[in-house]
Design a protein around this ligand. Structure first.
Ligand code: MLT
Length: 406
């Protein structure tokens, strides 16, 4: 009889965004006449930049010719894209990352999940609380999280670093020794952005203890505050302790097109092994690369037209976040985020629990949000709204939410 990976059986319920989709589908089925506005999952709504689609059309035409056809590509990604990333996302910020330290993939979610392959089962994992659930669930699946306690909403072997109003939604260094530390800035879900001074102690900690920082910067394009680092490698010493995850999803509208990348510096060594070599080995074995057409589309993000078009789309989302933040604040809710981030993090009124408030907004305002409790125990009493909606729908949603809480 085959043995299953019974770590899967320890997982509670369903994945957060699947549970939200289930509740929304049930409500819609019962009330087909209601027009819902979805500010729940962080999914973009604007079309791909024209420079991206033009590059993809051209690549499709190439694929129809004998000379321009591409079969299997390099598992790590095409040099043209890795070089553009190294030059524009890193070199332009004064950071030396070589193209062969960059691995193109189909998504930061996949990479965040797959990276656990590189680490032994007994590592102590630290996560922010609230947290993007992928970090927690993938460690649970690979047996590193221990047992889930329904009452506290916590896994027995994980170290939770509360990110709450009292500490400005910035985690404190863990009180016990940990090995794998997940950080996400600008943060999903709170929208908090970390400064250089707030990141330096983490790099110092990881280099001193031999821990690894798993740094998710999928939302870096939303940073507007001067001096806020866009990459962990802006911090001296990060190349010997950090892996960085980046994505074209939220930056350039690739949620349905799928392209992202992970940086594993060659200077990153643990246990006498190169993590760059290990990740390369893993990708070559389990992954056949991102489609040529998609990588050509991603490359176009780095052209002058592509950059301008991406910035124009980002400006729309940034303004949506502002509309949400200011609208909910004017209605009396305590809000944060939404400045260097597409996410607005709002306290529920009168201490109502977050799933109850989620249901109330769904039913009475016909607005879909994300309940904070779904991101971990410290998310209780909050909801998250995204700036990724259509501008008019976002304004309408804010008015509807205001009407409900009035
Ligand atoms: C979110 O809403 O938190 C994100 O869209 C989820 C994701 O990027 O996978």
């Amino acid at each position: 009889m085959v043995q299953i990976n019974d770590n899967f059986l320890k997982l509670p319920g369903s994945y957060l965004f699947s549970e939200i989709a289930r509740r929304v589908a049930a409500y819609s089925a019962a009330h087909p006449e209601k027009a819902l506005i979805k500010l729940g999952i962080g999914d973009v709504t604007l079309p791909l930049p024209q420079a991206v689609t033009a590059a993809m059309h051209k690549a499709v035409d190439e694929m129809a010719t004998a000379s321009g056809f591409h079969g299997y590509g390099p598992e790590q990604g095409y040099a043209f894209l890795r070089e553009a990333i190294a030059a524009q996302d890193y070199k332009a910020r004064g950071v030396d990352i070589a193209p062969d330290e960059i691995f193109i993939s189909d998504g930061a979610k996949s990479d965040c999940g797959n990276i656990v392959d590189l680490f032994g089962p007994d590592n102590k994992v630290a996560v922010c609380d609230p947290v993007y659930p992928v970090y927690v669930d993938t460690n649970a699946m690979s047996g590193r999280a221990g047992v889930y306690d329904e009452k506290s909403g916590k896994w027995s072997n994980l170290v939770y670093m509360p990110c709450v109003a009292e500490n400005g939604f910035m985690p404190d260094l863990p009180g016990e020794l940990v090995d794998m530390i997940y950080l996400c800035f600008p943060n999903n879900p709170t929208g908090a952005a970390a400064t250089m001074d707030q990141l330096k102690p983490w790099v110092e900690y990881a280099n001193r203890t031999g821990a690894i920082l798993l740094y998710d910067s999928a939302y870096e394009a939303f940073i507007t505050t001067p001096g806020v680092p866009h990459t962990i490698y802006e911090i001296d010493g990060a190349q010997t302790c950090a892996i960085e995850f980046r994505s074209f999803s939220k930056t350039a509208g690739f949620t349905g097109t799928r392209c992202a990348y992970t940086v594993v510096p060659k200077a990153l060594q643990r246990g006498g092994a190169s993590l760059n070599a290990m990740w390369n080995r893993r990708q070559c074995t389990k992954f056949n690369g991102v489609p040529y057409v998609v990588q050509r589309g991603a490359e176009a993000v780095y052209t002058p037209e592509g950059r301008a078009q991406v910035q124009a789309n980002l400006a729309v989302y940034q303004n949506n976040a502002k509309v949400i933040r200011e609208g909910l604040a004017a209605a009396g809710l305590t809000v944060s985020g939404g400045v260097d981030s597409p996410y607005v993090w709002a306290r529920t009124p009168d201490g109502v629990d977050s799933w109850t408030f989620f249901d109330r907004l769904l039913q009475e305002a016909n607005v879909v949000t994300t309940p904070g409790a779904g991101f971990g125990p410290s998310g209780e009493g909050y909801i998250r709204l995204t700036g990724f909606g259509q501008p008019d729908a976002t304004k309408e949603a804010v008015e509807r939410v205001k009407a409900v809480i009035r």
